[in-house]
Design a protein around this ligand. Structure first.
Ligand code: SAM
Length: 281
């Protein structure tokens, strides 16, 4: 006789199956999602099961171990690529007022945008830096775990129907020109001016497993660590701390904070509301 399975037990079994799935992905493809926040992982795995029309996690595992295209689709689900131009405009306003003057003090500065997704945040920062006369003096390194989103970022074509919202964001972010000067309608979308990204390097980089690749004057990593568990967040803080110059800037997303990390004491708050911090030493 089959024993009834309690709800709690069911969730525990599902958790074990997800852990096995993540282990398999890590061994087969090298992507390590084992320290991503469990609740968000569970939702995304279930969504991919629906998408692939399979009933069990082990069936999904079987599919994706044999078919890299399924892995690509799961990667898109797991990496949550939601983004926008001048997202949280007050952040950009603060960046303009508080970070730009610090960047100005360097003859040449490096800015790392980690987890840049499809590039909207990078183009926003590039516009802001151009308006502040820093386009030639700041190189942006824009990285993401996901090659597919980086390809989109390189193209710089964003949906035309978003332009109204982005124009509003741009104005609230302290934009100095007419937003429409930066793009032209093309390929069913808004093609952003190529010169904006002439000083941008797009590259794949995995915050879970890769090392730093340079020393930066500022790091912007917004709405990425929110998907990581505490120990992975600490690993990334360690990476960022080691990658910043003395007095370098770290900017996080509105729902993220340095406060509960072991690195809290090593930064000074430059703008607590906007989660902008300055490395002390
Ligand atoms: C929600 S988007 C944030 C995009 C942008 N920073 C913003 O705030 O609008 C999160 C991005 O983090 C990337 N990401 C997730 N895990 C990553 C990892 N381990 N290494 C690098 N990027 C990662 C995802 O691919 C995704 O593009």
């Amino acid at each position: 006789m089959a024993l009834p399975v309690e709800r709690g037990e069911e969730l525990e079994l599902e958790q074990i199956e997800i852990e096995l799935l993540l282990e398999g992905i890590h061994r087969r493809y090298g992507f390590d999602f084992r320290q991503y926040a469990p609740a968000s992982l569970r939702r995304r795995v279930r969504r991919r099961m629906d998408g692939e029309k399979v009933e069990t996690i082990s069936a999904l595992q079987n599919l994706l171990l044999h078919d890299p295209a399924v892995m690509e689709r799961l990667l898109l689900d797991l990496s949550v690529n939601v983004t926008a131009m001048f997202r949280d405009p007050t952040f950009f306003l603060s960046f303009r007022e508080k970070v730009v003057p610090m960047l100005r003090t360097y003859p040449f500065a490096r800015l790392w945008v980690a987890g840049c997704s499809t590039g909207e945040e990078v183009y926003s920062l590039a516009i802001l830096l151009a308006e502040e006369g820093l386009a030639d003096r700041v190189r942006i390194y824009a990285t993401d775990i996901n090659e597919a989103v980086l390809d989109q970022a390189r193209l710089g074509v964003f949906p035309l129907d978003k332009m109204q919202e982005y124009t509003q964001n741009y104005i609230r972010a302290g934009g100095k020109r007419a937003f429409s000067e930066y793009y032209s309608a093309a390929y069913d979308g808004a093609q952003f001016d190529r010169s904006l990204v002439s000083n941008v390097v797009f590259a794949q980089h995995n915050l879970v497993s890769d090392r730093s690749f340079n020393e930066f004057h500022a790091i912007v990593c917004r709405n990425v660590m929110i998907y990581f568990d505490r120990s992975l967040q600490n690993r990334v803080h360690d990476l960022f701390y080691g990658s910043l110059v003395r007095l370098g800037i770290l900017a996080l997303g509105h729902k993220e904070s340095i406060r509960f990390s072991p690195y809290a004491d090593r930064y000074q708050e430059l703008d607590a509301d906007e989660r902008i911090y300055k490395k002390r030493r």
